[in-house]
Ligand binder design. Structure first.
Ligand code: ATR
Length: 273
């Protein structure tokens, strides 16, 4: 088997995904390649997608800004991608393109691998900050894994209401979240706030010691949010792990084989810093 894999998005030049997937390819013993296919604008999207179809690539990842743009080009979507309304992984199955979303399940796996107590206790109370695409993926990942005490907080509260529609979950404001931080066992920051800037979405003054605090931003790895969490005695979880584990889940879809990520966490940190 020779796997031809791609990443589509814009901008993607500095993506760590080729390194991650080449490491997987090497570890799996499968022959293959994973390369960038930059699509600079919506206007040329269809033309570029047709090239991938003609080339019969085995699969590809989709990142910003095309996770929804790809949907009309797919033959089928799995139930998670359907619920999230966005696709980050496409697999050629027979002659059909099937869309998946591995962001949420990848994220949950990343959390469980670092904090094994998360595995045993699905009753932990979890606060998700933000209500964009990443929050939606993580919300469904957590629901799918069985977590039953979820709260969403966002600057624009109606966006949270839209995400939780049909599910059992609470919605609060960012101010309420800030005040009641001690009520949560796990706090997940899903917005771009803190990316290359000294801002944080909420102040963590009221954080309880030993709370798991996760930030999906990984530029920088030490966001102001995670720095304050550390000062308050929180257990921190870094943003690059979501990238690593969504890739692991994608590779498993393409190959049908489990893949070991041992050691890659540390190597990614070295590459980001
Ligand atoms: P993505 O798809 O990457 O998650 P997005 O859909 O643009 O990104 O969502 C961005 C999220 O960051 C939203 O929750 C947004 O809050 P609003 O829904 O109120 O816009 C949040 N966000 C961005 N900048 C913010 C800021 N300065 N303060 C608070 N929240 C912010």
């Amino acid at each position: 088997m020779h796997l031809t894999l791609k990443l589509i998005g814009y901008p993607i030049k500095h993506s760590l995904s080729p390194w991650i997937h080449h490491t997987f390819i090497e570890r799996s013993g499968i022959e293959g390649s994973y390369s960038l296919h930059e699509i600079p604008s919506e206007e040329v999207f269809e033309e570029e997608i047709n090239k991938l179809r003609e080339a019969k690539v085995n699969g590809f990842n989709i990142t910003v800004p095309y996770k929804q743009t790809i949907i009309p080009y797919l033959d089928r979507m799995d139930v998670t991608a359907e619920r999230v309304g966005a696709v980050n992984t496409v697999s050629l199955e027979g002659d059909k393109w099937v869309g998946y979303n591995t962001d949420g399940i990848g994220y949950v796996q990343a959390l469980r691998d670092k904090f094994p107590d998360m595995d045993r206790n699905i009753d932990v109370s979890i606060l998700i900050l933000g209500a964009g695409g990443a929050a939606r993926g993580i919300f469904h990942g957590l629901i799918q894994a069985g977590y039953n005490d979820l709260t969403l907080a966002n600057r624009t509260k109606t966006k949270c209401e839209d995400i939780v529609k049909g599910y059992q979950a609470s919605v609060i404001t960012l101010e309420e979240a800030e005040e009641n931080l001690a009520a949560y066992d796990v706090i997940i920051q899903t917005t771009s706030v803190g990316m290359n800037e000294a801002k944080q979405i909420v102040d963590l003054a009221n954080l309880r010691k030993d709370t798991i605090v996760s930030d999906i931003v990984y530029q920088p790895l030490d966001t102001p949010f995670l720095n304050q969490a550390k000062e308050k005695g929180g257990r921190t979880h870094y943003g690059h792990l979501m990238l690593l584990y969504q890739a692991q889940k994608a590779f498993e879809i393409w190959t049908g084989q489990p893949i070991d990520v041992t050691g890659m966490d540390e190597e990614m940190i070295a590459r980001i810093k």
